[in-house]
Design a protein around this ligand. Structure first.
Ligand code: PHE
Length: 446
């Protein structure tokens, strides 16, 4: 029943598992569109700064707690708090994380379902010969069809919960070993092709020449939220994976490798996508449809375009699969920690997420104008609030727990480094990450 039983088999497997969690829609779908909506390079600079100062140190904190506790996130927090003589209420942070991933998974599954649809269409050659306007119209038509969207959402969630029910470590390892290198290679190819297009120059300017006047407190908050989202930090999801981390492995090195891979995937995707945007005279601020509309057009111009496009959507689908498995894990681990069998826990969570996901599905048709809060519809709410508020708040509390509450010896042992390295991490978390996150949250919310 206890997570102590399972372990990733090698150090590489652990790094790939965390990379699998990190690399997903956040890099390939969300990064380009949110960068497009928030002014390009200035946003990119902020995002990279947040990854370094906040995302990476907090990622280490989160994995460290899981590794020291070797239980489900909630139980690990409770156990370690008790050991440190602190309040057992720290357990509630695990519950908050489970709630956060619940919200995220509800839309994540729907958008991953879009990749299923696009994969199938690409395999059938459904994009060949289409121009920009036709691809965009096709996408609109798909969004307006709740039945097709629900079908894909259901299929994707089913794929996710089946692996989670079987136990994460074993199921995932094989998938990760093959998938990550392939996806990376394909993105390099795509970005290489982008260098030959007219839009490449403008794309580089847009991505790398910052106009700092575009920065407002809200943009800063978007950038912080995205840094957490893309690294999969702040929801105790990586804490759940940390529990399966091998004994002898340096945590900072593993986390650093993941961050580099994660950011570079986003940059490659950004270069490829914005080159198409500018070659085709499209609007970079077009929103959540950006990737789905640009890539079919880009691939259409390549020899064997339909084949490449199919491979791309397949790899994207697999990347989102490994992320969604990570999203589901803390919830299932929590229920399992409460005594439910793994299969049952996966079923209960799957059904609940499926139901709430229907709100996202219908946000593009029947419920498009239903705006329950802040003038946003259900899809906008669930893609914004959990990422930009819940993840940073969760990350902040995890950081406080690891850097202030846990006894130094326990934390240092779980970090797997010597004293100077540990002290450096602790100082960064205490005096940079925590105050920075608190400041941005306060400035964005007040
Ligand atoms: N990092 C994942 C992505 O970029 C999303 C995710 C967020 C996964 C939070 C786990 C926890 O697609």
């Amino acid at each position: 029943m206890n997570a102590t039983l399972e372990r990733w088999s090698t150090r590489r497997a652990f790094i790939l598992a965390v990379t699998g969690a990190a690399v997903g829609l956040g890099n390939i779908w969300r990064f380009p569109y949110i960068t497009g909506e928030n002014g390009g390079a200035a946003f990119l600079v902020l995002y990279v700064a947040f990854v370094l100062l906040l995302g990476l140190p907090v990622m280490m904190a989160e994995i460290l707690v899981g590794r020291a506790g070797r239980r489900s996130p909630m139980q690990s927090l409770g156990y370690l708090a008790g050991q440190a003589g602190a309040s057992r209420h720290w357990r509630l942070l695990g519950l908050f994380g489970a709630f956060t991933v619940f919200c995220i998974l509800s839309f994540y599954s729907v958008v991953s379902g879009w990749s299923i649809e696009f994969f199938v269409t690409a395999v059938n050659g459904g994009f060949s010969g289409l121009g920009a306007a036709e691809v965009a119209a096709g996408f609109e038509g798909f969004l307006a069809d709740p039945r097709r969207m629900t079908f894909n959402h259901t299929l994707f969630l089913f794929m996710t919960m089946t692996v989670v029910a079987a136990g994460v470590a074993k199921g995932l390892e094989r998938l990760n070993n093959l998938l990550m290198p392939l996806l990376y290679l394909l993105l390099i190819l795509l970005a290489g092709y982008a260098t030959t297009t007219d839009g490449f120059g403008p794309a580089l300017t847009w991505l790398f020449r910052p106009n700092f006047s575009a920065i407002t407190p809200v943009v800063v908050m978007h950038a912080m939220g995205h840094a957490f989202f893309t690294l999969a930090v702040g929801a105790c999801a990586l804490m759940a994976y940390g529990a399966y981390m091998p004994e002898r492995q340096s945590l900072p090195r593993a986390a650093g490798a993941v961050a580099v891979l994660d950011v570079s995937v986003a940059l490659l995707a950004g270069i490829a996508i914005f080159s198409v945007v500018f070659s085709q005279g499209m609007d970079p601020g077009e929103g959540p449809g950006l990737m789905f509309v640009t890539l079919p057009i880009a691939f259409a111009e390549l020899p064997w375009g339909a084949l490449w496009l199919s491979v791309f959507f397949l790899l994207l689908l697999l990347a989102t699969w490994t992320s969604s498995i990570n999203l589901a894990e803390p919830m299932v681990a929590t229920l399992q920690g409460m005594g439910l069998g793994r299969g049952k826990a996966a079923a209960v969570i799957g059904i609940a997420v499926w139901l709430v996901g229907l709100l996202s599905v219908l946000s593009f048709s029947a419920l498009a104008e239903w705006r329950p809060l802040f003038g946003m519809n259900a899809f906008d709410l669930v893609t914004t609030i959990p990422t930009e508020i819940f993840l940073p708040v969760g990350g902040l509390l995890i950081a406080v727990f690891a850097a202030w509450v846990m006894p130094r010896q326990v934390a240092q042992a779980a970090m797997g480094v010597g004293e100077p390295g540990f002290r450096l991490w602790q100082a960064v978390v205490r005096w940079v990450s925590i105050p920075l996150a608190a400041l941005v949250l306060a400035a964005g919310l007040l």
